[in-house]
Design a protein around this ligand. Sequence first.
Ligand SMILES: Nc1ncnc2c1ncn2[C@@H]1O[C@H](COP(=O)(O)OP(=O)(O)OP(=O)(O)O)[C@@H](O)[C@H]1O
Length: 361
Amino acid sequence: MGPHPAVAAIRLAVRRVLHDILTDHPLGAGPAAGPAAGPAAGPAAAGPAAEHPRARPPSPLVLVACSGGADSMALASALAFEAPRLGVRAGGVTIDHGLQSGSDLRAEEVVLRLRALGLDPVEAAAVTVGRAGGPEAAARDARYAALDAAAARHGAAAVLLGHTRDDQAETVLLGLARGSGIRSLSGMAAVSGADGRYRRPFLQLDRQTARKACLVQSLPVWDDPHNTDPAYTRSRLRHEGLPALEKALGKGVVEALARTAQLSRDDADALDSWARQAETGVRDANGRLECAKLYALPPAVRRRILRRVAIEAGAPAGALFARHIEEIDRLITGWRGQGAINLPGRVVAQRQGGRLVIRQG
Ligand SMILES: Nc1ncnc2c1ncn2[C@@H]1O[C@H](COP(=O)(O)OP(=O)(O)OP(=O)(O)O)[C@@H](O)[C@H]1O
């Protein structure tokens, strides 16, 4: 008898991503690279193949970022199962955000659970969460910095994250509510970070499947109290917003929102590339932006150019909002002699003799 359908689904999702990682990995290691954690697989086996023609390259290491919650425990269990079959080493990292008393003990517990699955290396990393951008953003920044550091320390080829289709739907709704265009509707990418380090195998999988997979494998999971705390926007969306939408629009809404993310991502990528190409055509011989040529572009392309130029001039991307870009845009499309526009990062935009000048003041 095969595994439970939920377990089969999580394993298949992870297997696909491991295949992608092996294809991208410079060593191109596959099953032929030998046992996952055999003597030839560790760092000791590293070294120029030319010096040791018979030495095998080390098999790539894939880490799972695990909070101990159902999604990432399911992910860890599927990685532990699939990795050795594909000649991949599998490890895990849990981050202690230090936001609740006893979080260090919980992190130690997660380490034990990951080791029990057969993962190696496994570590807990403690971080200090700042305040910038609000509690959720600050925790996320600290977490990714620590995951980056762990990946670099262990020479990991990839870090797997347990975001599900439900998380993706929530992210799309949060983007929609920000009102800042299709890039913010495109949610989380299946592959992101430096050199495509972060992979999200469960983006097409629903949260219930991950939970079920933990249940049938008797994996203990930890429910983060933040996930149900109404003080957090995402938690309110998860427990009030999405259920209300499902009630009004039907069960398929989560799937539709996740599909919207993919479609929006493709559209946003295409528009970004159009804007990159169009930018050279709107500059004069001295490299200055010509207002008449900008005017002739579709608004979506023009606004992308304006945003890029403002960031290049020193405006911090996170502080540059749609209303800033609209104001610059009015220098092109609604010109009535208005004065200079102040942007974040002491950047100033003004129109001078048919040219748009954006620079740090
Ligand atoms: N403390 C942590 N340590 C390591 N990885 C984490 C931690 N918190 C989150 N992650 C990673 O980020 C992913 C998304 O986390 P988030 O808390 O947004 O979603 P979640 O649906 O509650 O996930 P989970 O059920 O795994 O906790 C997790 O699945 C995990 O891969």
